[in-house]
Design a protein around this ligand. Sequence first.
Ligand code: SF4
Length: 248
Amino acid sequence: MTPLDVYKKLPSNNCGRCPAGTCMSFAVRFLRRMIASSECPELDEQSKKEIDAMLSDAGDWKEKRLIELFSEVFQINFPGVAKGIGAVSEEDVLKIRYMGKEVTLRRSGFADQMGIWDRLLILMYIKQAGKSRLSGKWVAFRDLKDGLIRAESFHGACEISLAKMFEHFREGFLRRLSAMGAEKVEGFPAEQSFVIYPLPKIPFLVLLRSGDEDFGADCKVLLDSTAAEFLDVEALLYLGMAFVRAMK
Ligand code: SF4
């Protein structure tokens, strides 16, 4: 699927009424999931369905889920959910911190270039629209609601990966944590402890211990006991994996 394929389905009059400004720009952004078919007021309902189907046919399940989530999230009243999820709403724009950076979501899509998993996670977080206050009680992944099902995966994909990075690239690892806004904390049974917020209401407590001649380095990642109210455990596992990717 190329932008030209999408372009051929558009009115091609470059009327400038969509955020993309021109039909070709719209086609490019549409394929990058940065703009929705509903943003072209010149398209009738049938044409919208046709270009959505092009995207859907071309994509794998993640892309299909992304399209569904976009249309679900765009029905949400941003000011109504912003405070609960720790975001800021300005008119039709939602600003949210993700992996230490501010990300902007407009009705027309994300203003920032991000990988598909990052966009999925942010949209799932907004859609879940959690409201709880953080409890301040740190728990292991397995102690979250339904956490036992994915606890081993979280350990393998997140904790073991972080421990290896800490062991082999210690200075770079600590610099990267700091660049992502991690705060060093004391009073935990670890050599070094940090709190970092991959999403505003989902802090991770990262506990690190160096290895010795018998054992390799160790990492435990604890979550606030309310975490599953903001993302289900499946998505929390992917958030842990996204954190590992962001640390690389
Ligand atoms: S609103 Fe539609 S017709 Fe007008 S420039 Fe954008 S894509 Fe083209």
